[in-house]
Design a protein around this ligand. Structure first.
Ligand SMILES: [Zn+2]
Length: 205
């Protein structure tokens, strides 16, 4: 039986975030899986100081308004889905594929392009092969509440990536609220049976 592998990356710009704690939170809530904690993503996969030059390609103008998750965050803003795809292309072949998930905390604000409205919208989580979780808008020193919100966002990102769904019709399911961090930040998150089964099957195929 294979087990999903989750790679968590430390981000030096977010020193308060302890990825080992995030890993413990995932194990507690999602059950047995292989978790590795690594140093900064770009440093791990690229030599030299390529980070800023890569990021500069994905900077977008500040949206006039940033509807979406609260609290409202300030720039700079980066195109989350395009950045995630670029970072995924750096992964080693053996660490790609459906049973691998790479999770990177991102210090700045993220947006995605909303085609129907032709605007960029702020998002907390980009659920792609490389899951980006933005800490923009969270306390700079990482109080307990910021940590808890981050943990919830990570679980949300794992669920969204492994199920391929961003929301749920079941109002009791935490995916019902999509990426709304305020509502997700309840005392407990509970996934519906369907989504829990989907994630379990992906974690333990
Ligand atoms: Zn659900």
């Amino acid at each position: 039986m294979t087990t999903a592998r989750l790679f968590l990356y430390r981000e030096p710009e977010i020193p308060w975030l302890r990825m080992a704690d995030v890993g413990m939170h995932l194990l507690k809530n999602l059950g047995r899986m292989q978790i590795s904690v690594r140093d900064e993503f770009v440093a791990h996969h690229l030599t030299g100081g390529a980070r800023d030059s890569i990021l500069s390609h994905f900077r977008v103008p500040d949206p006039e308004e940033t509807p979406g998750p609260r609290p409202t965050r300030s720039g700079p803003f980066f195109d989350g889905p395009r950045l995630a795809a670029r970072l995924a292309a750096m992964l080693a072949k053996g660490e790609r594929g459906k049973t691998n998930l790479h999770l990177i905390p991102f210090p700045e604000a993220l947006v995605r392009w909303d085609e129907t409205a032709s605007v960029h919208r702020a998002v907390d989580v980009v659920p792609a092969e490389v899951v980006l979780v933005s800490v923009a808008g969270l306390g700079k020193d990482g109080d307990w509440q910021s940590r808890r919100i981050f943990h919830d966002l990570v679980i949300g990102g794992v669920y969204q990536y492994f199920t391929g769904e961003k929301s749920c019709e079941d109002p009791r399911c935490f995916l019902h609220f999509g990426g709304d961090r305020l509502r997700m930040n309840s005392r407990e998150w509970i996934a519906c049976d369907r989504h829990r089964t989907m994630v379990r099957d992906r974690l333990h195929p």
